[in-house]
Design a binder for this molecule. Structure first.
Ligand code: ZN
Length: 189
């Protein structure tokens, strides 16, 4: 992959603190094989990638064939273990939601290939998804006939949801503090 300049954050994305200490150096083993420096905020302890790929370039770090193919028929032992773990995780997320809302409209932000929404749909919920990755979104629509839009702005303002979920989402957002302010009120994530 060709080299692209990384962007360096001068303040902590959580608390705005500007004192940082270098932490681990880690390798992206799933896609790019590039090494990244992690940084600890001295004020709040938040650990983040810094410097990091700019937003314009972030998409290619998610282009893993595995990331998508995990949703398909089991092949290797690793895939079978993954599918078992996912089945368990879907059930446990459903139980968590059912305690508060046994039915109704659910919005899953960052719904990926739609497995979680399909699971909820099969149990009587009315489901909607947001997913920026076009590949994942197309699979969610094709495999599960789900309603999925690319971003939160495309969810109509008059829409109301009983449950909004963000699974494995916050750690992928460039500015996690900006998102809960958006039109959808987020109660848990
Ligand atoms: Zn901080």
């Amino acid at each position: 992959m060709e080299h692209t300049p990384l962007e360096t954050l001068t303040t902590c994305p959580i608390c705005g603190g500007n004192e940082r200490a270098p932490s681990l150096t880690v390798e992206d083993r799933s896609v790019s094989r590039e090494a990244f420096q992690l940084t600890d905020c001295r004020a709040c302890g938040f650990r983040f990638t810094n410097p990091r790929p700019p937003q314009a370039d972030i998409g290619r770090y998610y282009q893993s064939a595995d990331y998508i193919s995990h949703t398909n028929a089991a092949a290797s032992l690793q895939d079978r273990i993954y599918q078992l773990a996912r089945k368990w995780a879907l059930g446990s997320k459903h139980r968590l939601i059912r305690r508060y809302q046994p039915n109704g409209r659910v919005l899953d932000v960052g719904c990926g290939t739609g497995e979680f929404l399909a699971y909820l749909k099969s149990r009587g919920y009315l489901v909607h998804g947001v997913e920026p990755s076009i590949k994942a979104r197309e699979q969610a629509i094709a495999n599960h006939a789900l309603e999925v839009v690319p971003n939160l702005e495309m969810v109509a303002h008059q829409e109301r949801f009983k449950v909004v979920t963000l699974w494995h989402v916050l750690e992928h957002l460039p500015d996690p503090r900006a998102h809960p302010q958006e039109p959808v009120r987020v109660a848990r994530g």
